[in-house]
Design a protein around this ligand. Sequence first.
Ligand code: PRP
Ligand code: URA
Length: 211
Amino acid sequence: MSPKITVTTHPLAQHLVSNLRDARTAPAQFRNFSDLLTVILALEATHDLALQTISVDTPLETMDGNYLASGIVVVPILRAGLGMLQPILNLFPDVSVGYIGLARDHTTAMASAYYEKLPNLRESPNRPVLIVDPMLATGGSACQAIDAVKSAGGIDIRLVCVVAAPEGVEAVNASHPDVPIFSAALDRELNDVKYILPGLGDFGDRLFGTL
Ligand code: PRP
Ligand code: URA
């Protein structure tokens, strides 16, 4: 079965992801490109948010205005997902933030959890939850994060990443077929240490200057 993923076709998104891939891009520029790309991805992932109609007085007359019907929840996967948080906070007027800390073991590429703080999603289960993590490699981290958000009561969950590997998309599609994936790129494959090819290297290290 072919992987189920929405890859944004916006030319600016393609321009930005190519700049992120460039090994000469320094952390300050990398953060800037990442911020801009996150805005495009977040808009794509929320294109179907529900609206409510409320009367609004313009300077000339009264009309039915369209307003967002509910807030959203954003859950960055630490550490690299933190880089995608602020642009989403800037975009949406009502955002709750949850955090999931996961780190991949360098030899096994298995993710282990070291932190979790999620809002009570049962109180308003239909609020869309954006899980943000720039790299979807094996899919191990994303699947664990989705499990955690579902355990906290999340129902409408969307995964937003910058670069995805087919292996990771298939893993998420298989374990969580209800979770749509939005990405700026679907790359070729993983290498033998589970890095994405052609990829962009280690997103967290490039974002935070820890190479
Ligand atoms: C990276 C990335 C994802 C994960 C993807 O994080 O940000 O969370 O790897 O790999 P997977 O799909 O195979 O699970 P990493 O664990 O390197 O930590 P970091 O965010 O702290 O750099
Ligand atoms: N995490 C990254 O930062 N890059 C990859 O290619 C895979 C996992």
